[in-house]
Ligand binder design. Structure first.
Ligand code: MF3
Ligand code: CO
Length: 244
């Protein structure tokens, strides 16, 4: 379990990850390549005195993940990959600060985007918020997953089942796993001072995924669009604190 000082480090890591996302968001426009965003993220991490939590993780070759439209997660930034008006772009940033990890993501429109995609973005963000009332010491991961899936289905969207949220702290991925589906009262118990990354990944279609030939980019099988929101949350005795 993390002590007060360690929690403070994770809090700082998460804040810096969120700041980087907010700064990258400002650069999103028709014509920018995902590789330019990757380069900017390197610069921002340097300025903020953090290092990427993703680069080298299981061999991941880039500093951040940029997943566009039907890409769900782990989108690899690429030199020739140019964003265009109408795209929706998930920026996923993980950093290490003094040995402690922070991991955040959000999805943004490029210019004017179809209303149904704006809805897809909003529902992932709101699913995260809905899940928060299930975060307290003694709750279970199944409660979180149950609330997320229920909420997402109300809008006619699906949750992605092939990826999940996770504990975080001294490593990027720690126990417990936090699926975006589940049953009330099932799964792992949450403990006071544990930190968890809750990350609804949702889709317009079935939510089934496959991995592209680059070995990383996860896309929807039906090529329908997907959105992603992620934040780290501290489990408290009677509630939670959002860290990033
Ligand atoms: N936020 C993602 C996750 O929690 C990003 C991981 S990318 C990887 O899984 F390269 F580090 F795998
Ligand atoms: Co994560």
């Amino acid at each position: 379990m993390l002590d007060k000082k360690e929690i403070e480090m994770v809090r700082t890591a998460c804040k810096k990850a969120r700041e980087i996302i907010e700064e990258l968001k400002e650069l999103l426009c028709d014509g920018i390549s995902t590789y330019e965003l990757e380069l900017k993220s390197i610069e921002l991490m340097k300025t903020k005195k953090v290092v990427s939590a993703f680069k080298g993780y299981n061999g991941y070759p880039a500093n951040i993940c940029i997943s566009v439209n039907y890409e769900v997660v782990h989108g690899l930034p690429k030199i020739g990959k140019i964003l265009k008006e109408g795209d929706i772009v998930s920026l996923d940033v993980g950093v290490i600060y003094k040995g402690y990890y922070g991991d955040c993501a959000d999805t943004f429109p490029v210019g004017k985007v179809e209303v149904k995609y704006i809805k897809l973005i909003e529902v992932a963000r709101k699913a995260f918020k809905k899940a928060l009332k299930e975060v307290y010491a003694g709750s279970k991961t199944g409660n979180i997953g149950f609330v997320i899936e229920n909420f997402v289905q109300k809008y006619g969207f699906s949750v992605v089942r092939d990826f999940a949220g996770h504990g975080i702290g001294k490593k990027l991925h720690e126990r417990p796993e936090i699926p975006n589906f589940g049953k009330r009262g099932e799964g792992d118990i949450l403990y006071e001072n544990q930190i968890i990354a809750i990350e609804p990944m949702i889709a317009e279609g079935t939510g089934e995924t496959e991995i592209l030939e680059d070995g990383w980019t996860a896309v929807t099988k039906d090529r329908k669009y997907s959105s992603h929101y992620e934040n780290c949350v501290l489990v408290k005795k009677d509630g939670y604190e959002i860290l990033g």
